[in-house]
Design a protein around this ligand. Structure first.
Ligand SMILES: [Fe+2]
Length: 179
């Protein structure tokens, strides 16, 4: 056994970061602490930026430091509500389904795209790196609720369409302007 010369201090198990997926799972597990905030909108899905202090209030203290670098959004989705194909700018992140079923369509590859799809049920967590392109839709019969964590916070999202088998950017939505 070596004595840590090959391991940077950050790999110490007591300081290792949980990451966006861990935060999303922890927030989903603590949903009793925030579900009262959730609203439903008929015009489009409902989104709510959860202040870091409110997120901290429902999470174990060991996770509080990581919230400083993260942004937490609560979303609700009535049946058939969903997103266009989009990325998350340079943010990575994760989301967890708390109620209902969300269908996720993932498109990889700028040219010669490959698509995968999955139905995400309560307890499922998806995590993703920058430039991940997906579309999320409530294809179920019941309202859905999900919690999303972005690191760093979401600044912009590009929207896409698939044309001639390739992703084409159709627009950019900016935080503070478009949502
Ligand atoms: Fe997304």
């Amino acid at each position: 056994m070596t004595h840590g010369t090959l391991l940077p201090p950050a790999s110490d198990a007591t300081t290792r970061r949980t990451g966006a997926a861990g935060l999303a799972a922890a927030l989903a597990a603590a949903s009793d602490g925030w579900l009262d905030l959730v609203e439903y909108r008929t015009a489009s899905r409902w989104t709510h930026l959860l202040p870091a202090a409110d997120a901290a209030a429902v999470l174990d203290a060991s996770l509080h430091a990581e919230l400083a670098d993260a942004q937490v959004w609560l979303l609700s989705w009535l049946p058939d509500q969903g997103t266009p194909l989009h990325d998350h700018g340079t943010s990575a992140g994760a989301f967890a389904v708390v109620h209902g079923t969300l269908a996720e369509r993932v498109v990889a590859g700028r040219d010669g795209v490959r698509e995968t799809a999955a139905d995400l049920t309560p307890g499922r967590v998806r995590h993703f790196g920058p430039h991940y392109v997906h579309q999320v839709t409530n294809t179920g019969l019941a309202p859905a609720v999900s919690v999303h964590v972005y690191t760093p916070g979401l600044s912009w999202m590009n929207t896409y369409a698939i044309e001639d088998g390739a992703l084409r950017r159709t627009g950019t939505e900016r935080a503070g302007v478009d949502w």
